[in-house]
Write a protein that binds this ligand. Structure first.
Ligand code: GLN
Length: 186
């Protein structure tokens, strides 16, 4: 079966591994750039994107992932890391033509759960200090999920980014399945 790497720097790594098994793929925890060698796709979990980016730079992941050609799913902080900018100084992969507003829901709504639609399919979404897409810089970027008027899911070629935590809801496997069918499988 397909090997899906999960970047093991920060975040709910075990929960992501369980979800990867649910869609009949093999999870692989990625600790160094050499671990990327045999994977078919990569997941970048949520966490704190400034810290994650700094560690990714230190361990050589920024360089390695910029050169890589496997599909990548970024969730929450992972979405931030795939983007081209946040208006602050922080290491980013800059692989997707989007800019991000970090912590877009502010302190009033630090975390919340809501049913949203992922390309027309209902998914329960858990938002934790969630980012949103601020600007789309290219018409190759497809919006696949919205929360109200906010863009919380996008696909561009072999990259997919979502603002919520699919590893934390029972039906979150739908997000991984969507990635597998519509991004990895393309
Ligand atoms: N607000 C965080 C950041 O910008 C992301 C939060 C998360 O991944 N749950 O890094």
């Amino acid at each position: 079966s397909m090997i899906i790497g999960i970047l093991g720097i920060q975040g709910d790594i075990e929960e992501h591994e369980e979800m990867v098994k649910k869609i009949n793929c093999t999870p692989k925890r990625i600790r160094t750039p050499a671990d990327l060698d045999d994977i078919d796709a990569l997941i970048i979990p949520g966490g704190e994107s400034t810290t994650m980016g700094k560690l990714m730079k230190k361990y050589g992941f920024i360089e390695a992932l910029k050169k890589s050609d496997f599909p990548i799913l970024g969730t929450c902080a992972g979405m931030v890391l795939l983007s081209k900018g946040t208006g602050r100084e922080q290491p980013l992969l800059e692989l997707m033509d989007i800019t991000i507003k970090r912590n877009a829901y502010g302190s009033q709504r630090e975390s919340f759960e809501e049913d949203i639609e992922l390309d027309g399919e209902k998914v329960h979404a858990v938002f934790i200090r969630a980012p949103i897409v601020d600007k789309i810089l290219n018409d190759k970027v497809k919006v696949i999920a919205k929360e109200g008027d906010n863009i919380v899911g996008v696909v561009e070629g072999k990259y997919m980014a979502i603002a919520f935590h699919p590893e934390l809801s029972d039906d979150g496997y739908k997000v991984y399945k969507y990635f597998l069918d519509n991004v990895v499988g393309k």
